[in-house]
Design a protein around this ligand. Structure first.
Ligand SMILES: Nc1ncnc2c1ncn2[C@@H]1O[C@H](COP(=O)(O)OP(=O)(O)OP(=O)(O)O)[C@@H](O)[C@H]1O
Length: 230
């Protein structure tokens, strides 16, 4: 589904990604692990086109999207849940979700309703401004809003950051249920190894803008100590 070959990118003259090769098959859940500042979010931004690739190619479902505008990549089925959530704090929960489904025309309300079935907690707060939800609830809202865009590939950037354990557990169950229902493909950036372990089929490790390791989730969890001290 996603093929990344020798991609480099960064900010101005600062090179962050130094040659990334990555392949995701349809329906896979893949974890991307690494310490702060290694380039994980930069890779997410480059896949969606917020940052241009300075070298290499990105293909999605067989089409070269390396220079395609971000909104066109989104329309093809790539969705991002950014680090820090970026919900609309003054819009109600329901309107946040409608914004996620804005390109779906007359099907919008039906899509929002079907996504909400996976998020019973949000159903209790539909009229509440998003900014008044707890951090964990805002993360669920960001996840649900992305799903309202009916992505085939979801890029999920550090969803557990600062979130209470009960909501993290809920997020795991919700993502498993959505995977079963929709066949979603997921690229999950995380530093929480237990969270990656409960979702990913395999785990890639990034260090200083390159992928230095790929392992099964079981091996990743067994070798966690080695990675932590690398
Ligand atoms: N807008 C920006 N302008 C300049 N440099 C940036 C910008 N955003 C990130 N960087 C730098 O790029 C490098 C990679 O950052 P990135 O956010 O991709 O790392 P990360 O692996 O996602 O880490 P974290 O888990 O802390 O988000 C860091 O050195 C960071 O300081």
């Amino acid at each position: 589904m996603l093929d990344i070959k020798n991609v480099q990118s960064g900010y101005g003259d600062i090179r962050v990604l130094r040659g990334i090769d990555l392949h995701l098959s349809s329906g896979e859940f893949v974890g991307l692990w690494g310490h702060n500042g290694m380039g994980k979010s930069t890779l997410m931004r480059t896949i969606l086109g917020y940052l241009p690739a300075k070298a290499g190619t990105i293909s999605f479902e067989g089409q070269n999207i390396t220079t395609l505008a971000t909104h066109r990549r989104a329309r093809m089925g790539i969705g991002l849940v950014p680090q820090g959530r970026a919900i609309f704090p003054h819009l109600s929960v329901l309107d946040n979700l409608r914004m996620g489904a804005v390109s779906s025309g007359h099907e919008r309300e039906a899509i929002v309703e079907s996504v909400l079935q996976h998020f019973p907690r949000l159903n209790n707060y539909l009229d509440r401004p998003g900014g008044l939800l707890s951090g964990g609830e805002q993360q669920l809202l960001a996840l649900a809003r992305c799903l309202c865009g009916q992505p085939k590939l979801m890029l999920l950037d550090e969803p557990t950051e600062g979130i209470q354990p009960s909501i993290i557990a809920e997020m795991v169950d919700t993502l498993h249920a959505i995977r079963k229902a929709t066949g979603l493909t997921l690229l999950l950036v995380e530093q929480n190894q237990a969270f990656i372990g409960s979702l990913a089929d395999r785990v890639l490790t990034m260090q200083k803008g390159v992928l230095i390791n790929e392992s099964s989730t079981r091996d990743f969890l067994n070798n966690t100590h080695a990675f932590s001290t690398a």
